[in-house]
Design a binder for this molecule. Structure first.
Ligand SMILES: Cc1cc2nc3c(=O)[nH]c(=O)nc-3n(C[C@H](O)[C@H](O)[C@H](O)COP(=O)(O)O)c2cc1C
Length: 392
C-alpha cells in the first residue's frame, strides 16, 4: 500500500476524504475543496496534486554520476512533498555539463547510479519522478556556484563549449564553438540517448531544458543565436533546433509518459526572446505532442532586468496557457500555500513548481495541505506523523 490516505480518498465515491485506517481523530471526513490538491493527468500519468519540486542542481556528482547525496536530496522530496519531483538538470553529454560536479546521463555508470536513486525513491516514497534533460551550451565549463561560477581556467580541466554562435555569455567567459550541421546531429542524438536511458531507468516524465540561457534556449534567443543558416534569423528558424530535439526525444520516450519543456518566456533584455515568441514556440511544441510548458524566464544575457517578486513568472505562464492552449507549470517565488492555491484555482497555471521553499521545507506540501484543509500522500514509513494521529 503506497498511502492509506490517498487510497481511502480515491475509494470514496463522493470525492470526500476519509480517515486512514488506524487513525483516530476528530475530523473523519474532509471535503476536497483545494484546487492545488486536486489530481492532474498528463497522458498515462496522474499526479495526486499540482505541486512540483522544481529542478535544483546539486553539484555533487562525479563524472555525471549520482551518489548518496542524490538519494538524500531526491529521497526527502519523494517521501511526499509533492505530486511530482523533477531531478536537477541532467546533462546529456560531458561537454553539456555546467561544471565538473553536474549530474549527467551520458554513460552506463550515470544510468546505473541514477537508477539506484530512482529505485530508492520508488521503494520508499510516493511522488512521481521526472527528469530534466539538459545541455549547458556556452554556459558550460564553469565552477560551481559555491566556487563562484567563474569559467574554468587552464589547469582546471576546462573544456571547449558549443553554442549556436561563437558568442560568449559575458566578457571573460569561454568563447563557444558554433555547432556545425554535424555537431547539431550529434547533440540531437545525445538528447535521444539520454531520453532512452531515462526511460530505461523508469522516470515517469521528462522535461527538456530550453531555458536559463543553456544550449536550447541559446538557439531561441536572437541575443545568442546569430546564425545565418536555417537555424538562425527568423523566429521559425531559431525555434527549429529545439523543436527537432523535442520531436526526437518525444519519439524515443514511451508514449504513455509525458514530455514537456522548460522555457524562458522572455530574456528580459530589449531585442531578446519575447513572450509572444514563446506562445508561438508552445503552439509548435503542442503540435509535436508536448504535454506541458514549464514557464521560467531569463538567464541568457547578464544585462537582463528581472522584476523579481512573488510569482513573477505567473503572468507569463498564464499567457502561454491561454494563447497556446497547453498545460503550464508556473515557477518563481511561489512560496505560500494560499498563493499556490490561487494560481491553480484561478486557472493561471495547471501546476506550480517550487524550488527554494521546498529546500527550506521538504514537507512543504504536507504543511500546505494542512493549511488548505486537503490531503496529500504520505510515505508508508511516515504515515504516523500525519496530524490526524497527533496534535502538531
Ligand atoms: C539550488 C538551485 C539549483 C537550481 N537548479 C536548476 C536546474 O538544475 N534546472 C533548472 O531548470 N532550474 C534550476 N534552478 C531554478 C529553479 O528550478 C527555479 O526555477 C527557481 O529557483 C525559481 O523558483 P523558486 O523561487 O521557487 O526558488 C535552481 C534553483 C536553485 C535555487
Amino acid at each position: 500500500m503506497k498511502c492509506g490516505l490517498l487510497e481511502s480518498a480515491s475509494a470514496s465515491p463522493n470525492g470526500l476524504f476519509e480517515t486512514p485506517a488506524g487513525h483516530s481523530n476528530h475530523h473523519t471526513i474532509k471535503p476536497m475543496t483545494s484546487a492545488l490538491f486536486s489530481p492532474f493527468t498528463l497522458r498515462g500519468l496522474t499526479l495526486p496534486n499540482r505541486i512540483v519540486v522544481s529542478p535544483m542542481c546539486q553539484y555533487m556528482s562525479e563524472d555525471g554520476s549520482a551518489n548518496d547525496w542524490h538519494v538524500m536530496h531526491l529521497g526527502q522530496f519523494a517521501m511526499g512533498a509533492a505530486g511530482l519531483v523533477i531531478t536537477e538538470a541532467t546533462h546529456v553529454s560531458r561537454v553539456g555539463r555546467i561544471s565538473h560536479r553536474c549530474l549527467g546521463i551520458y554513460s552506463d555508470e550515470n544510468e546505473f547510479t541514477l537508477k539506484r536513486v530512482v529505485d530508492f525513491c520508488r521503494r520508499n516514497g510516493v511522488a512521481k519522478l521526472g527528469i530534466q534533460l539538459a545541455h549547458s551550451g556556452r554556459k558550460g565549463s564553469v565552477h560551481t556556484p559555491a566556487e563562484g561560477s567563474k569559467p574554468l581556467a587552464a589547469g582546471e580541466r576546462p573544456w571547449a563549449t558549443v553554442a549556436p554562435s561563437a558568442l560568449p555569455f559575458a566578457p571573460g567567459w569561454h568563447v563557444p564553438t558554433a555547432l556545425t550541421r554535424e555537431g547539431l546531429a550529434t547533440v540531437k542524438q545525445e538528447f535521444v540517448d539520454g531520453a532512452a536511458r531515462a526511460a530505461r531507468i523508469g522516470f515517469d516524465l521528462a522535461e527538456l531544458h530550453v531555458g536559463h540561457g543553456y544550449l536550447l534556449h541559446e538557439f531561441l534567443s536572437p541575443l545568442s543565436n546569430q546564425r545565418t543558416d536555417e537555424y538562425g534569423g527568423s523566429t521559425a528558424n531559431r525555434m527549429r533546433f529545439p523543436l527537432e530535439v523535442f520531436k526526437a526525444v518525444r519519439a524515443v520516450f514511451p508514449a504513455e509518459r509525458p514530455v514537456g519543456v522548460r522555457v524562458s518566456a522572455t530574456d528580459w533584455v530589449d531585442g531578446g526572446w519575447t513572450p509572444e515568441e514563446t506562445v508561438l514556440f508552445a503552439r509548435e511544441l503542442k503540435a509535436l505532442g508536448c504535454d506541458f510548458v514549464d514557464v521560467t524566464s531569463g538567464q541568457v544575457d547578464p544585462r537582463q532586468q528581472i522584476p523579481f517578486g512573488p510569482g513573477y513568472n505567473v503572468p507569463l505562464a498564464e499567457k502561454v496557457k491561454k494563447e497556446a492552449g497547453i498545460a503550464v507549470m508556473a515557477v518563481g517565488m511561489i512560496t505560500k500555500a494560499r498563493q499556490a492555491e490561487e494560481i491553480v484555482a484561478s486557472g493561471q497555471a495547471d501546476l506550480v513548481a517550487i524550488a527554494r521553499a521546498m529546500m527550506d521545507d521538504p514537507r512543504w506540501a504536507w504543511h500546505a495541505a494542512r493549511e488548505l484543509g486537503a490531503e496529500t500522500p504520505y510515505a508508508p514509513n511516515y504515515v504516523r506523523c500525519h496530524p490526524s494521529g497527533w496534535k502538531p
